[in-house]
Design a protein around this ligand. Sequence first.
Ligand code: NAG
Length: 214
Amino acid sequence: MISLVKELWRTLLFVFSLQFWRMGLLWTFSIAFSHYQLIKNFIFSRKPKPFYRCSPCLVPFRPVAVVTGATSGLGFYTAYELSKEGYVVVLVGRSQQLLLEAERKIKVWNKNAHLKAFQVDLSSVESIINFRKSLQQWLSGSDLHSSIQLLINCAGVLATSPRTTVDGYDQMIGTNYIGAFVLTNLLLPLLESSHVSSRIVNVTSFTHRNGMYN
Ligand SMILES: *[C@@H]1O[C@H](CO)[C@@H](O)[C@H](O)[C@H]1NC(C)=O
């Protein structure tokens, strides 16, 4: 009984907290704004501006983009859009099956897509190290420059129960933060050896602001 009252009290406190309302407002605003943009683009059917990120000056080398979490959601659509811009897209995902599906879907929508999938578990440092090795090997065996131009850290998990990674970290911290950190640092030499300026994009969420102190 006592613990139920405590839970209720905590929930009430949360609902009346600044964090909750700030998040609620931001969320509603960003969803409304992105729908407004979609509708506007639909009505005026404006072609998206070609991005300078993939200018013809890059020929003979095609630019390479590494996208994590590429099998669904933002990662998937990012991979698809980049493939339309002429990027060679390296799809990074946990499941071989989902990677194959994502690859197939993008190929249907854009038959000129240049894709390469790697199965990587971002919650394991060993898996990331192996990925770096295979990526480097693949790059040097291809007709591409041995560098990457874009790294998009999109992968993330929402753990519903406490679990630890093979490296002994909390699953969410290990995958969403440490995984991205290790990957970024291991790929840094490849980003730095790019002959045009390269870029790292971290995709995150503000849901963490709701973290409860237990
Ligand atoms: C993106 O994440 C990497 C790895 O955690 C970090 O080193 C870098 O500073 C982040 N970049 C930005 C703009 O937050």
